[in-house]
Design a binder for this molecule. Sequence first.
Ligand SMILES: CC(C)(COP(=O)(O)OP(=O)(O)OC[C@H]1O[C@@H](n2cnc3c(N)ncnc32)[C@H](O)[C@@H]1OP(=O)(O)O)[C@@H](O)C(=O)NCCC(=O)NCCS
Length: 149
Amino acid sequence: MSDGVTIRRMTEADLGRVYALEKVSHPVPWSQASLQRSFADHHSFVLIKQQQIVGFAFVQKILDEAHLLDIVIDPVQRGHGLGRYFLRELIEREFCDGINIWFLEVRASNEAAIALYQSLDFNELGVRRNYYDTPTGREDAVMMAYTVS
Ligand SMILES: CC(C)(COP(=O)(O)OP(=O)(O)OC[C@H]1O[C@@H](n2cnc3c(N)ncnc32)[C@H](O)[C@@H]1OP(=O)(O)O)[C@@H](O)C(=O)NCCC(=O)NCCS
């Protein structure tokens, strides 16, 4: 990808910017404490464009399985291929050593994310009923997986 877009591991100093992006990206965003816990417990990455953090991702790794816990692109940067670039790089380069399968859950209403995952050959495994909080109730999760070839 052009424009000097790079990926690096998240550091604690990034968490302020990461929280700011999280808050404008999900109907029920993670709290600062949840982000801090995920940062401590899992693998985390930031996407940098022109020296600014324009995306982040959290990944849980258990043996040969990776679970994508969250991926976000800055709202003003969406729709230009950054999300696909970021996730593809995580799968193919940054993280793939020893990983045989990727899992994720996504809100059933999140058409953009579902289309992104489908474009990277994630397959739907099933639905978890009423898995997510919404501002007004509950929402199903679509479970998806990608097998590393
Ligand atoms: C989901 C998200 C990460 C996608 O990032 P992005 O940089 O906008 O995605 P890209 O530009 O790389 O798009 C890749 C593909 O995703 C799909 N897509 C992206 N935005 C879409 C939209 N608004 N509507 C439908 N499909 C969309 C398309 O298939 C697109 O491929 P195409 O451009 O060839 O048609 C971004 O929308 C986001 O941060 N959303 C809020 C956080 C979120 O919901 N994260 C997922 C949690 S499970």
